[in-house]
Design a protein around this ligand. Structure first.
Ligand code: CA
Length: 227
């Protein structure tokens, strides 16, 4: 039976969602604050977690990140309009989807079904120990880099940064995202850190570092590794 955990402090909303999900045939558990939600998420495995952003004791975004560390279950956030939505998207909370309050039950149930369907059809990510794009090779286990077969000396951060860019070849990555992925959530710095490392990387992998063709700048957004 598909199991769903709802973490929502407003009893009226919590009960309404629980009743409707039960009526759809789901096995539903509920928690009324962030800490209870965390305990519940650790006590059992759920197929989906529905999480309110504004929660007492432990806020929904923090809880989302904590659950994401230990569970692959899709997370559907319930949110008020505005800045909360920005946070869900911008902070890499790990949420799979969000729905803005007030929402209709029909829309909510459709989102739940869609999230479960996506999770069921998602193949497990391939275990990759090597990245190869356009003449550049990264051995992620030995942490060695090569450029057309020749060893490339990279610092630890340059290696991680290049790996992140190559993993997402063709996609634009923002400075903030790169800061989080390569330097970590707790890193206190500004996005110039990223720019400086990009410049160093370019000096090592670009034919003409002043006219970069591998790592291009997308003005006002970030960087893209051209596959
Ligand atoms: Ca709330």
């Amino acid at each position: 039976m598909t199991s769903i955990l709802i973490v929502e402090d407003e009893a009226v909303v919590r009960d309404m969602l629980a009743l409707n999900l039960q009526a759809e045939g789901y096995d539903v558990s509920t928690a009324e604050d962030g800490e209870a939600g965390l305990a519940a998420s650790r006590a059992a495995a759920f197929d989906l977690v529905v999480l309110d952003v504004m929660l007492p004791r432990l806020d929904g975004l923090s809880l989302c990140r904590l659950i994401r560390k230990s569970s692959p279950a899709p997370i559907l956030m319930l949110t008020a309009r505005g800045t909360e939505v920005d946070k869900i998207i911008g902070l890499e909370s790990g949420a799979d989807d969000y729905i803005v309050k007030p929402f209709g039950l029909g829309e909510f149930l459709a989102r739940v079904r869609a999230a479960l369907r996506r999770a069921a059809s998602a193949a497990p990510p391939p275990a990759r120990d090597r990245l190869e794009v356009a003449g550049l090779t990264l051995d992620l286990i030995a942490r060695r880099a090569a450029h057309h077969g020749e060893e490339l000396k990279l610092t630890h951060k340059e290696f991680d940064l290049l790996a992140e860019l190559m993993r997402n070849a063709g996609a634009v990555l923002t400075r903030d995202l790169l800061l989080q992925k390569v330097w970590g959530y707790d890193f206190v710095g500004d996005s110039r850190t990223v720019d400086v490392h990009i410049r160093w990387l370019r000096e090592k992998i670009e034919a003409d570092p002043s006219q970069p063709a591998r790592i291009t700048t997308v003005r006002g957004v970030g960087y893209r590794f051209e596959g």
